[in-house]
Design a protein around this ligand. Structure first.
Ligand code: F6P
Length: 385
């Protein structure tokens, strides 16, 4: 019997989402005769039963399009803002799933989406996820689609900043996305030849950064490019963050012990607190303070470029289209085999289903002995430590 497949895109959008929808949909329909239905704007559209039929026509001509034809949102099934309150909408989502007689729900998203999908799996829904995010920080997969495109955009930006920084003998601080993982800043910094790279995994000492810039300027390099991840922290900020995280964890454990409290807060309708895992937990713009500090410490004029959502927009790279297609078609095969409760991970040239419980609650950050860091140090890049 033909299978009924529901699909949604959730979390921040990412180049390659449409390529993945196309890969999944075309192979599900063409190879296996399945019916594919899309839900608009992530888990919110699933809760509200807002659908779009993903037939051959809908899936045609979208391979090269940025964004997602389904729309997306950061809504969570168990804590959704509805009518000014934050409510657990899991039951309504399960109802939509049953109403459409779905055999499986496919969720395309980053770390938060893996967690939300797992939550639904625990309610008895068949789910499969695909890993997307420009941050490349989803655990248990070699890489995520969106990352390669963003890497290209950020690298080109750093390339372009070189000539203007050189002409004016300035420091240019370029802020790259990534709150808790520095893959994008590190990759673009190495590929673009940044002189300083600051990432969340390596708390920095601003004096050491200033010293490195001053050393360059005493030679014949009177300009410097600093690639900084939006979540990079000074040593002092990192210590404060650790303390806050520990307090939050202890508070969570206390609440869990008391039981039922959290649910009560949601029903009271108070806005949800940003969790430690939220992608947007600190506004961008940290680079502004850093640039001011560097100007003061070095005496060199400084400027700031914040790349922001430019890194998420536009046409996906060839590598991202290829990866997304590979993961999407592998997903269709897993549906055919009835292999549910997994994320389709990228593994070497192929793919691998990884049980969701091995993915959720983890984040892939840059390990301190990663070869990209070694390469950066080897060419004399300052990493703020
Ligand atoms: O998670 C992907 C990401 O692009 C992060 O790099 C960035 O910090 C965040 O999303 C921005 O989120 P928003 O779309 O809510 O502005």
């Amino acid at each position: 019997m033909a299978k009924y497949v529901g699909v949604l895109t959730a979390g921040g959008d990412s180049p390659g989402l449409n390529a993945a929808l196309r890969g999944l949909g075309k192979s599900a329909i063409g190879l296996y005769g399945m019916q594919v239905i899309g839900f608009r704007e992530g888990f919110r559209g699933l809760m509200q039963n807002r659908t779009v039929m993903l037939d051959e026509a809908a899936l045609s001509g979208i391979l090269t399009k940025g964004g997602t034809i389904l729309g997306t949102s950061r809504d969570k099934p168990n804590a959704m803002a509805v009518g000014g309150k934050v409510l657990d909408m899991t039951n309504m989502i399960v109802e939509t799933y049953r109403r459409h007689h779905l055999d499986v729900l496919i969720c395309l998203g980053g770390g938060g989406t893996q967690k939300n999908a797992y939550h639904l799996a625990k309610q008895g829904l068949n789910v499969i996820t695909l890993p997307k995010t420009i941050d490349n920080d989803v655990a248990m997969t070699d890489t995520t689609f969106g990352f390669d495109t963003a890497l290209g955009i950020a690298t080109e930006a750093i390339d372009r900043l070189h000539s203007t920084a050189h002409s004016h003998h300035r420091i240019i601080v370029c802020e790259v996305m990534g709150h808790r993982a520095g893959w994008l800043a590190l990759g673009a910094g190495v590929a673009g030849g940044a002189d300083v790279i600051l990432i969340p995994e390596i708390p920095y000492d601003v004096k050491k950064v200033a010293e490195a810039i001053t050393r360059r300027s005493r030679g014949d390099k009177r300009f410097s490019i600093v690639a900084v991840a939006e979540g990079a922290l000074s040593r002092q900020e990192a210590a404060e963050r650790r303390k806050a995280d520990e307090e939050r964890k202890a508070e969570k454990e206390r609440k869990a012990e008391k039981g039922g409290k959290k649910e009560k807060r949601k029903k009271d309708g108070k806005p949800p607190k940003r969790s430690a895992e939220s992608d947007s937990e600190r506004p961008t713009g940290h680079a502004l303070t850093l640039a001011e500090q560097l100007e003061e410490l070095t005496g060199l004029e400084s400027r700031v470029t914040i790349l922001g959502h430019l890194q998420r927009g536009g046409t996906p790279s060839a590598a991202d289209r290829f990866l997304a297609t590979r993961l999407g078609t592998a997903c269709a095969q897993l549906i055919q085999e009835g292999h549910y409760g997994v994320m389709v991970a990228a593994r070497g040239d192929g793919t691998e289903p990884v049980p969701l419980e091995e993915v959720v609650g983890k984040r892939k950050t840059v390990p301190e002995d990663h070869p990209w860091l070694e390469s950066a140090r080897a060419v004399g890049t300052n990493l703020g430590d």
